[in-house]
Write a protein that binds this ligand. Structure first.
Ligand code: ADP
Length: 159
């Protein structure tokens, strides 16, 4: 059984992430979506909230599990029997960051392979960081995140 781990901040989860989750679930037998607790970034949602949100949005996918983690991604992958770390690629900037991560992870854990999926064209410019900023300035982000997430973001931003 091919198990993959999709780690990220998911703060908030976007249609880009959900697209990757759906495609990852088709590519692998089992996909563990792992919410990183220790990102060092100021967050919009707590890790517990992010897990709950992702669970509610992926209910129709039978081979998905959502968890949260601290520490090194490769350690968490091994603990969960995941031989693959799944990540997404949008732009050349992602490529630089993701290739560095992949090289580090391979050095730490040669038995864990990184698989990078190209983002779908319509989500190439969708990022959690941009969405957090847009919400603070009162922009409508409902094209980029599910309705329930857009509503919660609006409440958080006090708009
Ligand atoms: P991190 O803080 O670990 O980069 P993110 O939640 O921002 O966490 O992203 C997790 C992964 O999902 C990364 O590999 C990122 O490149 C990918 N990703 C983010 N947004 C998109 C998108 N719109 N399309 C495809 N992949 C994406």
């Amino acid at each position: 059984m091919k198990k993959a781990l999709y780690p990220g901040s998911f703060d908030p989860i976007t249609y880009g992430h959900l697209d990757l989750i759906r495609r990852g679930a088709q590519t692998f037998d089992h996909l563990v979506v792992a919410v990183a607790r220790n990102t060092g970034k100021e967050s919009m949602f707590t890790p517990e909230e992010r897990v709950e949100i992702i669970e509610s949005l992926t209910r129709e996918l039978a081979n998905i599990e959502v968890a949260q983690f601290d520490g090194m991604t490769v350690d968490f992958a091994r603990q969960h029997g995941c031989g693959v770390i799944l990540r997404g690629l949008r732009t050349m900037a992602d490529f630089e960051y993701e290739s560095q991560l992949a090289f580090i992870n391979r050095t730490l854990a040669p038995d864990v392979e990184t698989v990078l999926l190209m983002s779908s064209q319509e989500y190439t410019f969708v990022s959690s960081k941009w969405i957090r900023e847009a919400v603070i300035f009162g922009s409508d982000v409902s094209q980029f995140v599910p309705k329930s997430v857009a509503e919660q973001l609006r409440e958080r931003a006090g708009k």
